[in-house]
Design a protein around this ligand. Structure first.
Ligand code: ADP
Length: 263
C-alpha cells in the first residue's frame, strides 16, 4: 500500500548515535481529514439558509420593501429556511447521540408494529396529499429487543426517504415480518431508483445523489448515516437494492436473538 503518511523523527541516542523513529500516521491524518470535511459540510449547510435570512432582514430595514405579496413571499421563504436549519440541527443531534452510545444494552422491548402505525400516518401527512400509494404489511405480533429511539430513527428515515425521494403517485410498500434469519424490515418504492455508482456512498454523511432535490425536500443528507449507525448497534446493517427507472428497496434484518418473547 503506497498511500500512507509516515512521520519521521530523529533524536539523539548515545554519543554519536541517533535514533530514527518512523510512525505510520495515515489513520490519524485520515480522521483529521474526515473531521475537517464534516465541519466544512455543516458550515456550508447552515450558511445557505442563514444568507437568505440575512438578506430578508436587510430588506426589512426599508419599510416600503416587504409589503403586500412581497411580505407573504418573504415570510414563506424564511419559514422554510428556518425549518431546514432546524431539521439539520435535529439530525446532527440524533447522529451525535447515536455515535456516543456504541455499547447500548439491547433490553427494551420495542413494539415495532405500533411504531409503524404512527409512521404510516406521518408518512401520509408528509406525502401531503400527493397521493403516494402506501401499503403497510406488518406482523402485528413481532416485537424486538433493542433501543427504541435508535430503531425509530432508522425506520423513520427509511420510510421518509421513500416519500421524499420518489415522485407523487409512486407506490411505497413497508413490510415487517419474521424471515428465516430474523426480524426483517423492507421499504420498497417504485420511484426513479439510484444509479449503481452512488449506492455504496449513500450512508456517508452529507452524501446525496441530487443535492438540489434533497434540499428542496428538506433533506439534511444525514439520514442514512443515522440508519447505518443505529443498525450497527443492533448487530445489523443496511441493504440497498435499486434499479434505475424501477425503484429501490432499503432493508435490514435484526439478529434472531432480538425477537422479544411474547409477554
Ligand atoms: P437526505 O436527507 O438527502 O434524504 P439521506 O442520507 O437520508 O439524506 O439519503 C442520502 C441520499 O440517498 C438522498 O439524498 C437521495 O439522493 C438518496 N436516497 C435515499 N433514499 C432514496 C430513495 N428511496 N430513492 C431514491 N434515492 C434515495
Amino acid at each position: 500500500n503506497y498511500d500512507r503518511t509516515l512521520e519521521l523523527r530523529i533524536m539523539p541516542y548515545t554519543e554519536g548515535e541517533y535514533l530514527m523513529v518512523v510512525r505510520d500516521v495515515s489513520q490519524v491524518k485520515q480522521l483529521e481529514g474526515m473531521r475537517r470535511n464534516f465541519f466544512a459540510n455543516v458550515s456550508h449547510e447552515l450558511r445557505t439558509p442563514m444568507t437568505v435570512l440575512q438578506g430578508y432582514l436587510e430588506m426589512s430595514k426599508d419599510p416600503d420593501m416587504l409589503i403586500g405579496p412581497m411580505w407573504d413571499k418573504a415570510h414563506g421563504v424564511m419559514t422554510e429556511q428556518l425549518s431546514r436549519m432546524n431539521a439539520l440541527v435535529e439530525q446532527l443531534l440524533t447522529l451525535s447521540k447515536i455515535e456516543a452510545a456504541p455499547n447500548i444494552e439491547l433490553e427494551e422491548t420495542i413494539d415495532v408494529p405500533a411504531m409503524l402505525d404512527v409512521l404510516e400516518k406521518e408518512a401520509v401527512s408528509l406525502s401531503g396529499g400527493q397521493d403516494h400509494l402506501f401499503t403497510f404489511e406488518v406482523d402485528k405480533s413481532l416485537k424486538v429487543l433493542g433501543d427504541e429511539d435508535q430503531l425509530r430513527s432508522a425506520i423513520s428515515n427509511l420510510v421518509y426517504n421513500a416519500v421524499k425521494h420518489t415522485p407523487a403517485n409512486a407506490e411505497i410498500t413497508v413490510r415487517w415480518f419474521l424471515s428465516s434469519s430474523g426480524p426483517r424490515l423492507e421499504v420498497t418504492d417504485l420511484g426513479q431508483g439510484i444509479e449503481p455508482q452512488h449506492i455504496h456512498r449513500l450512508t456517508e454523511r452529507f452524501y446525496r445523489v441530487d443535492k438540489a432535490r434533497s434540499r428542496e425536500t428538506g433533506g439534511s443528507g444525514l439520514g442514512l448515516a443515522i440508519v447505518k449507525h443505529a443498525l450497527s448497534h443492533h448487530d445489523s446493517h443496511l441493504e440497498i437494492q435499486s434499479t434505475v427507472g424501477e425503484g429501490s428497496t432499503f432493508s435490514f434484518t435484526l439478529p434472531q436473538r432480538l425477537v422479544a418473547k411474547a409477554a
